[in-house]
Design a protein around this ligand. Structure first.
Ligand SMILES: [Zn+2]
Length: 450
């Protein structure tokens, strides 16, 4: 049958930018794929072809094509660390990590015992992600299994590729929000059976951090990873100096913070550790060796005064560590990965380094997908991948229009400059549209494009 007669095909025309390799390790121009006037062909939610419009158009002249003139189309953003129950407590004043948890976080998360409340916030949260161009996230739920059900039900209805898990925490927190080592093991096991690989959903075993888990609970988390080898491990690591000191007190027999997780069997290729601001050289080397990932969360690290993430060390050629960007809502201050890239740039600048727009957009797309071991499914426009993509408006405000008057960029140099201004000035206003599996899931102007 001739392709053009296949009704499930459709096309999107615009400028396309994606990454085919890691610009931290190769010359940037070899990692960037840019088509100023491109055509993306979608079939049943998957990418079928991408090429210059002039080259592909004749072959697909009978299929419907949605055109986005002067818009830049990227793969959907990947947020590698975020807490959905903290949506409503974003921007809580005045504390650093441990006090902030006690004063704001635990009371807020306690509300998620109520399934109808959890469902309402899960919906708000996912709407906010799509509005900000985030199509995949690694998500903390609360300690209650109901909070996981509510999140996955809402994500499944939207056909999103999401990873989440029930928080495991059996000490150093109020009774109303703790489980026990045994109950966390049993409940997690049941949730994995219920949700892991249901549609596009995946499960992450989620101890909050070493402070709120006994050694026994961490060991049981490790046992779950043995029993279900393709689930993820998601936790926090070395965010704040007081936290690191408290971990040393709680686990005097261990060789540091990462070693606490290592001894429990929690450090592997599918492990994602949020923050890593205070990591030692030996810990960076161990993460590299284990092929584990760090979710770097600059807006959160600045907000809580935790410190500056060492991009140059994490992405060193000698001991490369997989890194993704995380918003870490609600300690993070924006759902936007553009704003997260903005703060990441400043974090690097304060250490005498520059983080180019191509590097930060790589971290927000393919780099995030690699951190989550999902690079075979999402992260760029390779044929066969799931068609989650976003349409960006580089002239979303009058000031952005003044800054980016000439679109589309005609060279990689022009694109680098326009993309950098986008990461400094852009936020949810710059997201014109978000597509999930080839279908329009969010449109800024509230209508279907023509
Ligand atoms: Zn967090």
């Amino acid at each position: 049958m001739h392709q053009n007669l296949n009704a499930s095909l459709h096309g999107i025309r615009g400028s396309f930018l994606d990454f085919i390799a890691d610009p931290f390790y190769q010359v940037e121009q070899d990692c960037v794929r840019y088509l100023p006037d491109g055509l993306l062909i979608l079939e049943d939610g998957y990418i079928k072809a991408l090429g210059a419009y002039q080259e592909l158009a004749a072959q697909y002249d009978k299929i419907p094509i949605t055109a986005y003139p002067n818009r830049l189309i990227l793969p959907g953003f990947v947020d590698t660390h975020i807490h959905y129950p903290q949506t409503e407590m974003i921007a809580a004043y005045g504390e650093q990590l441990l006090e902030w948890l006690n004063q704001y976080t635990f009371p807020t998360e306690a509300k998620f015992k109520d399934p109808s409340y959890a469902r309402r916030i899960a919906d708000c949260f996912l709407d906010e992600l799509l509005k900000n161009g985030t199509t995949t996230a690694l998500v903390f739920a609360a300690v209650f299994p109901e909070s996981v059900d509510a999140f996955f039900e809402a994500a499944d209805r939207r056909n999103l590729r999401m990873i989440a898990g029930k928080v495991m925490m059996d000490r150093n927190a109020p009774d109303y929000i703790t489980d026990t080592a045994e109950s966390s093991y049993e409940e997690t096991k049941e949730l994995i059976r219920k949700w892991h690989h249901k549609g596009r959903l995946l499960y992450a075993v989620t101890p909050r951090f070493a402070i709120t888990s006994t050694e026994k609970q961490l060991k049981l988390a490790g046992q779950l990873l043995q029993e279900f080898p393709d689930v993820y491990l998601h936790t926090h690591l070395s965010e704040n100096t007081k936290e690191v000191a408290f971990v040393a007190e709680l686990f005097p027999q261990n060789q540091g913070y990462l070693d606490v997780y290592d001894q429990a069997g929690l450090v592997g290729e599918r492990s994602v550790f949020a923050h890593g601001v205070q990591l030692t050289d030996a810990e960076f080397r161990r993460l590299s060796e284990a092929k584990a990932a760090i979710a770097c969360c600059p807006t959160s690290n600045l907000f809580l005064g935790s410190g500056l993430f060492k991009f140059h060390q994490a992405k060193s050629p000698e001991h490369p560590v997989k890194v993704g960007l995380g918003t870490d809502i609600g300690a993070g201050t924006s759902f936007s990965l553009l704003q997260t890239a903005n703060e990441a740039y400043k974090v690097a600048q304060l250490q005498g380094q520059s983080l180019s727009a191509f590097k930060s957009l790589y971290l927000a797309t393919l780099g995030g997908a690699e951190a989550l071991c999902l690079e075979d499914k999402i992260g760029n426009f390779e044929v066969g991948k799931e068609a989650d993509l976003i349409v960006l408006d580089l002239q979303a405000t009058p000031l952005m229009q003044l800054r980016n008057p000439h679109l589309p960029a005609q060279s990689l140099g022009q694109l680098a400059e326009a993309a950098f201004a986008l990461t400094m000035m852009g936020d949810d206003r710059a997201i014109q549209a978000t597509y999930i599996m080839g279908r329009l899931a969010y449109d800024r102007d509230g209508h279907r494009p023509v």
